[in-house]
Design a protein. Structure first.
Length: 120
């Protein structure tokens, strides 16, 4: 169906709907007034649900950011101890090559994981 035809049918339906309600105008107003209360209940319940979920998400985000901060401090402390131990035990060569077996790695972290798993 062509969009212009759909628009024409929709406009005709609106016109017929308005014309048919003119004879029942007091009843239409009563119907609208009766629907306001239930509509307010539904909208209010939706707002309460939405905002309580928002508060819950903010609380979880705050807790996770505090946990992330503590984890970051713990990880930095562990890496500092690990790096000090690695530097004292064996000097790191240029690039990311294991000093014990000569295997090369893309990242320094990969090399440290390899050394921890294979050589300790």
């Amino acid at each position: 169906m062509h969009p212009a035809l759909k628009i024409l049918v929709g406009a005709l339906m609106v016109t017929l709907g308005v014309y048919s309600t003119l004879g029942f105008w007091p009843e239409v107003l009563t119907f609208v007034k009766a629907g306001i209360g239930p509509l307010l209940v539904l909208v209010g319940a939706f707002i309460v649900w939405l905002e309580s979920d928002e508060l819950k998400m903010r609380r979880e985000q705050k807790e996770s950011s505090q946990t992330d901060g503590m984890q970051r401090q713990f990880t930095e402390a562990i890496e500092g101890e690990t790096n000090e131990g690695v530097e004292q035990a064996q000097p790191v060569q240029e690039g990311n090559t294991c000093t014990e077996c000569g295997k090369t790695f893309d990242t320094e972290r990969g090399m440290h994981i390899h050394q921890a798993q294979k050589h300790e």
